[in-house]
Write a protein that binds this ligand. Structure first.
Ligand code: UDP
Length: 242
């Protein structure tokens, strides 16, 4: 993949989207029978699956916390998920993504209800096209609800990038790789309202004004994703009742 000469032509991006448009999203709940909760998400060309286990007794014992549940999050990329085969196993990037995502989920899980227990969240990237960490957080969030784990709200994640001096929502690979800045967010959404930011990362450069605009754009995108997450969960519960 080489750097495109222009990212925006006649107001449209390389894939035909407007700057404030998300990629198409598909969400399926309860896709894995052995997990307590699971979810498959496509965000554009990203394809990811999340599996949640627990709360269950934390093992080995020394990781137990007598006052609250321990949350573990493992982000993993399949070797075939990217253009150049990825070496299997954890690397610095996946360890970092797992850490920040785990910390985001720690803010929404009602941890004090399950002392000495663990909640395991596994996310597997089957196909990546930038924004895989955001797709994984969105899938994990739905899988947590599917598992019936008490949460304070939904975590909804989306990135904003800067290309040709313009902020764009939910960047795809070219915009992420060759753009001027990339800013992934995760919001805690409760009762249909964005309550707080649970994850915020940034590389590249943005002015103060651009950061403000990026937050507004990310919030708009997150609300759209949240509605789809909610819809997928509601559909699942209706099907279970039938
Ligand atoms: N990528 C890759 N090989 C890697 C890591 C990433 O080809 O070892 C690609 C992949 O498409 C990924 C994109 O680069 O989605 C952007 O990676 P980044 O680290 O920004 O994370 P993401 O945007 O996926 O959360």
């Amino acid at each position: 993949m080489s750097r495109p000469d222009k990212f925006i032509v006649d107001g449209k991006r390389l894939d035909g989207r407007l700057p404030d448009q998300l990629r198409p999203i598909k969400i399926e709940v309860d896709v894995l029978k052995r997990a307590d909760g699971s979810c498959y998400i496509e965000m554009g060309k990203n394809k990811v699956v999340a599996a949640v286990y627990g709360p269950r007794e934390a093992f080995p014992r020394h990781i137990q916390d007598p006052s609250k549940v321990v949350v573990r999050y493992r982000y993993n990329m399949a070797p075939f998920s990217v253009e150049e085969r990825k070496r299997p196993g954890p690397d610095r990037r996946s360890v970092e993504i797992s850490k920040v995502s785990k910390e985001a989920f720690e803010t929404i899980i009602m941890k004090e209800l399950f002392p000495r227990s663990v909640v395991d969240i596994f996310v597997e990237v089957l196909q990546a096209d930038a924004g895989s960490r955001t797709a994984c957080i969105n899938a994990a969030s739905v899988a947590l609800v599917d598992a019936g784990i008490p949460v304070k709200g939904m975590l909804t994640s989306v990135a904003v990038a800067k290309v040709d001096g313009t902020l764009v929502l939910d960047p795809m690979k070219e915009e992420d790789n060759f753009g001027d800045a990339d800013m992934p967010f995760a919001f805690l959404i409760r009762g249909g309202k964005i309550e707080s930011i649970a994850l915020l990362q940034m590389d590249g450069r943005m002015t103060k004004a651009e950061i403000k605009d990026a937050i507004a754009l990310a919030k708009k995108g997150a609300m759209e994703i949240y509605n789809l997450q909610r819809e997928a969960i509601m559909k699942q519960f209706v099907e279970e009742e039938e």
